[in-house]
Write a protein that binds this ligand. Structure first.
Ligand code: CU
Length: 104
């Protein structure tokens, strides 16, 4: 039994200049039950969960599996598999997106 971990996305937040979020996520090993906490400036960022890898690659935000805008969003990784997080505002031009793979 592994205790669930909580992660502040990017360590310093979601939307910090110069952070490669895919690299940040790839540096961790996530398990079901872990929690991602997204902190950001809600006037210029949000969190959208893409439906699949195609939507992720193409920054398609509608439809989606979730849209979060509180700037203090706690997202539970309840199922194993891939999660595709994007910022609706900057997915296209700033590549603000993050693939998270969750292990059982
Ligand atoms: Cu953003």
């Amino acid at each position: 039994m592994v205790l669930a971990e909580q992660y502040i996305v990017g360590d310093s937040g979601w939307g910090t200049d110069g952070i490669d979020y895919n690299a940040w996520a790839a540096s961790k090993t996530f398990y079901t039950g872990d929690v991602l906490i997204f902190h950001y400036d809600p006037t210029v960022h949000n969190v959208v969960v893409a439906t699949d890898s195609d939507a992720f690659d193409n920054c398609v935000t509608q439809p989606n599996l979730g849209l979060y805008t509180t700037a203090n969003d706690e997202l539970y990784l309840n199922d194993p598999g891939n999660y595709y997080f994007m910022c609706e505002f900057q997915c296209n031009w700033d590549d603000m997106k993050m693939l998270v793979t969750v292990n059982n």
